[in-house]
Ligand binder design. Structure first.
Ligand SMILES: [Zn+2]
Length: 99
């Protein structure tokens, strides 16, 4: 059963790289304005016109850090100090990321 899962996974990776390179090649062939349009679309989607970001939503994302907690520099999650695996040069890494 395991071998059945391995072969399609490799094929997917190859296809992904091929299609990505193909896309980039096609974009290069077309007018250079294509990339500019992508960036504009990105900025618009980030601004979310009409979307009302309430303070409630923001307070949910920003978790107040407690004195016995730290923010992992890799996954940016707040962990208890007991989960601190390394603290080199202020770069605090949790056990999950250090593993
Ligand atoms: Zn982490």
């Amino acid at each position: 059963m395991a071998t059945d899962y391995d072969s399609p996974r490799k094929t997917d990776d190859d296809l992904g790289e091929d299609s990505l390179q193909e896309l980039q090649a096609r974009r290069a062939d077309k007018s250079s304005g294509t990339i500019d349009i992508d960036e504009t679309e990105l900025a618009e989607s980030l601004e979310l016109p009409g979307a009302d970001l309430s303070n409630e939503e923001l307070s949910l994302r920003v978790i107040p850090r407690q004195a016995d907690e730290f923010t992992c520099s890799r996954c940016f999650l707040v962990h208890h100090r007991s989960q601190l695996a390394s603290d080199k040069g202020g770069q605090q890494v949790c056990r999950e990321c250090a593993a």
